[in-house]
Design a protein around this ligand. Structure first.
Ligand code: GLC
Length: 532
């Protein structure tokens, strides 16, 4: 395994609570993950990224961390995590863990100490405590809104308010305070000492705030938001990079950076900062050739400025599953559209998602596969309201159904829930649709036409063809309904509309996303081929 593995890795996102449940409590765990390592090995991925497994009251499914250096009993023990990292390496799978530096849990001992210590104390300096506005301080300190809805401030009994850009159970750290910096460096070293190969950084651009905490209503259009993308955040990552580079495994960072401006985004990927960042521009793009091509070109040209490899991402644990999104009238991802259910043609969405799989796995850079994407799972749009667990649902006053529909536990085997997710008789924390019997890993493994088989083939070819792991890519001439490009001697072509289009003369087909008759590529089908 070479040092620049991350420049072209296929990385599988494990969402631990929904991956595999070893102890039968309805929630996935490390025992479950360990048992599925052979499956991951066979899929052909190079690394896994695990969403948080740390001690947490689970107010935001583990993104509210109470102890960054221990494992939540829901998922297992620290010894289980260590054993898992070891075994993953034995399977030639690298391990990327999630780090959540913008905020912690309100149960974190340092936040509890801050509450107890009162206004003006050094303990409160670790967070953003401020007096309120209004005659009696009854109004929040500024007009910032939480990402989950409602004000970004909550008042404590002594009258002060604290900042939380997400749920009230997730107070924001004050990164201007050196103790916060030191503690996170300790956390990085803690996991590096245990052999992890990288960190996925949660809301990576938000750590540093404009200390004046200005109202956003007063800012000019297009201004950089005062809670994100501040100059000082880059200094933090330069320090982190030095730490990661000082370890033999030369661990990598992948940033969750949702910034509309691609050039500002790639500033996080300068050679002494993060290695890569999730390509949310691509994730948000509609299933439309011109838009996809524009996004791919913008991605590659802006990443080239900093010599960073691109990433290709179709979905994750925060957005609707791609099979459903591509089957809707509006195929772009927007936060507005993800609030509610929409009619979706799943056969169409599946066909497009399969073509998209051959797109993302053949573009230059690293590719992410969110658990279940390889099975072609759809979004579950009809979870009963009383079972919705995402804080977005409550915080939005029940106007945003939240992200649970993409977090339903995976179907592994059998004809009925829990589909092998947990032991027979266990009840998964979210209900699985009965129709998932056809989408279990077991059912798909035996079916050469399944989405699982398609992913396995694509990842196998990707590994076997050095041209697909390089950096070169060149568009081939095509009509506006087609995307066609070459990676050295390997070509990829996707047809987005009628009529079917011929493959290049002399092309030797390697893989297609649907069965193809002759050399004509039908609508919403992708092909890989060897060029003459
Ligand atoms: C990131 C995570 C999301 C979480 C939020 C707050 O966006 O991906 O799941 O709710 O950060 O930590």
């Amino acid at each position: 395994m070479t040092e620049d593995w991350w420049r072209h890795a296929a990385i599988y996102q494990i969402y631990p609570r929904s991956f595999a449940d070893g102890d039968g409590d309805g929630v996935g765990d490390i025992t479950g993950i360990r048992a599925r390592l052979p499956y991951l090995r066979e899929l052909g991925i190079d690394a896994v990224w695990l969403s948080p497994w740390y001690t947490s009251p689970q107010a935001d499914a583990g993104y509210d961390v109470a102890d960054y250096r221990d494992i939540d009993p829901l998922f297992g023990t620290l010894a289980d995590a260590e054993a898992f990292i070891h075994e993953a390496h034995d399977h030639a799978i690298r391990v990327i863990v999630d780090i959540v530096p913008n905020h912690c849990s309100d149960r974190h001992p340092w936040f509890q100490a801050a509450l107890a210590a009162g206004p003006g104390s050094p303990e409160r300096e670790l967070f953003w405590f401020r007096p309120g506005r209004g005659e009696h301080g009854e109004l929040p300190p500024n007009d910032w809104q939480s990402n989950f809805g409602g004000p970004a401030w909550t008042r404590v009994p002594d009258g002060q308010w604290y900042l939380h850009m997400f749920a009230p159970e997730q107070p924001d750290w004050n990164w201007d305070n050196p103790r916060v910096r030191e503690d996170f460096e300790r956390t990085l070293r803690f996991w590096l000492d245990r052999g992890v190969d990288g960190f996925r950084i949660d809301v990576a651009d938000n750590l540093v705030k404009d200390p004046n905490l200005p109202d956003v209503a007063t800012l000019p259009d297009g201004a950089v938001m005062p809670w994100g993308d501040q100059e000082g955040v880059h200094e933090i990552y330069r320090e982190w990079r030095k730490i990661a580079d000082s370890y033999p495994q030369r661990a990598i960072f992948v940033g969750e950076v949702w910034l509309p401006d691609p050039v500002r985004f790639t500033r996080f990927l300068r050679p002494d900062e993060l290695h890569t960042g999730f390509n949310f521009a691509f994730l948000s793009a509609p299933w439309e050739p011109a838009e996809l091509r524009r996004t791919i070109d913008a991605t590659l040209s802006t990443h080239a400025l900093v010599h960073a490899p691109a990433t290709w991402v179709l979905s994750n644990h925060d957005v609707p599953r791609v099979v459903t999104r591509y089957g809707r009238a509006q195929t772009a991802h927007t936060w507005e559209s993800s609030k509610t259910a929409h009619v979706a043609d799943l056969a169409l969405g599946t066909r497009r998602a399969r073509a998209a799989a051959l797109l993302t796995t053949s573009l230059p850079g690293s590719v992410y596969v969110y658990q279940g994407e390889e099975l072609g799972l759809p979004e579950v749009q009809d979870i009963p309201e009383e079972l919705l667990a995402d804080p977005r649902w409550i915080r939005s006053g029940h106007t945003d159904r939240g992200r649970d529909g993409c977090r339903v536990p995976l179907p592994w085997s059998g004809d009925a829930p829990p589909f092998g997710f947990g032991p027979a008789g266990s009840t998964p924390w979210l209900p699985q649709p009965p129709g998932w019997a056809a989408l279990t890993a077991e059912a798909e493994a035996d079916d050469p036409g399944s989405t699982l088989s398609l992913y396995r083939s694509a990842l196998r070819i990707r590994h076997a063809e050095p041209d697909l792991l390089g950096e070169d890519m060149e568009w081939l001439p095509s009509s506006g309904n087609v995307l066609a490009y070459r990676r050295g001697r390997i070509g990829c072509m996707i047809n987005f509309a009628d009529p079917p289009v011929p493959l290049p003369v002399g092309a030797q087909v390697l893989l297609t996303s649907e069965p193809v008759d002759g050399d004509l590529l039908p609508t919403d089908v992708a092909a890989w081929f060897r060029l003459p």
